[in-house]
Design a protein around this ligand. Structure first.
Ligand code: SAM
Length: 254
């Protein structure tokens, strides 16, 4: 079993183990009962929101980034394999973290360039050797203020599940404002089966992690994603499965 903790093990749990046992996440779970009365466990444990905490605890923040880049479900490769990105000039990965998704996509599709948009401290820690000889650019900022214009495809991978419906609408509204009509948006998320008797039990534990970290954040069903899109001037196109637990929800700016 300990081989699974090696960084070179296929589907390594090394990065997940470092993340799950970090104080930020661990202490929040100890306060889980406050969620029963609409409190946010992380807020109560640390007196601050999750991303502010990560900003103030760089070791844990970088462990989180590593976990995202090496998630055992290999969602980045799965999305690169499942979708045809040819013909896109620029792909903007909003909340793109260390650019793992873009590296996989740009390796498979030689023409597009990529842009990672993420928080200041994440972009400041972006690895120089991850820029694919200049094909990947980075831009720091908050998607609650703005989203960069000019891309042909926008990605939101495992971003919306960190936020409440209202916050998701704010993020999507800023994406829409940056996009020309007809531009594609790909929301890459796990899909929660509304009936727990039929759903994948692991997804409910992820949903509970979101509750512990963000209170009102959650995993969502397809219908819930469609509702978010309708209210923010996007048209749902199709749901594309991948070999990982992540689905691609393709939408266009309407
Ligand atoms: C769950 S991670 C997903 C990372 C990446 N998309 C992936 O799938 O590996 C959420 C990302 O959203 C970023 N993020 C959080 N708040 C943000 C904000 N206000 N503006 C831009 N990015 C933000 C985080 O830094 C993190 O990289």
């Amino acid at each position: 079993m300990s081989r699974l903790l090696r960084t070179d093990a296929p589907g390594s749990l090394h990065y997940g183990a470092r993340f799950w046992t970090g104080s930020g996440s661990w202490r929040a779970w100890e306060e889980m009962d406050v969620a029963l009365t609409d409190g946010t466990p992380h807020q109560v444990a640390w007196n601050m929101g999750r991303f502010e905490y990560l900003c103030q605890h760089p070791d844990e923040a970088r462990a989180f980034d590593e976990f995202m880049a090496h998630f055992p479900d290999d969602r980045h490769q799965a999305v690169a394999d499942a979708y045809d990105f040819s013909g896109a000039g620029l792909i903007a990965d909003i909340g793109g973290n260390r650019g793992e998704a873009l590296r996989r996509i740009l390796t498979r599709f030689p023409e597009p360039r990529g842009l990672v948009f993420d928080r200041d401290d994440v972009v400041a820690a972006f690895p120089d050797d991850g820029r694919m000889s200049g094909r990947i650019a980075t831009e720091a900022g908050s998607f609650f203020d703005r989203v960069p214009k000019g891309a042909d495809v926008y990605l939101l991978m495992r971003v919306l599940h960190d936020w409440s419906d209202d916050d998701c609408r704010r993020i999507l509204t800023h994406c829409r404002a940056a996009m020309e009509t007809g531009t594609r948006l790909l929301i890459c998320e796990q899909i929660l089966e509304p009936d727990p008797a039929r759903g994948d039990p692991f997804l409910y534990s992820v949903d509970t992690q979101m509750l512990a970290m963000f209170g009102t954040a959650r995993e969502r069903s397809v219908a819930e994603f469609e509702n978010l899109l309708i209210g923010t001037r996007f048209a749902f196109q199709r749901l594309i499965p991948t070999t990982s637990s992540v689905f691609i929800i393709e939408a266009v700016a309407a």
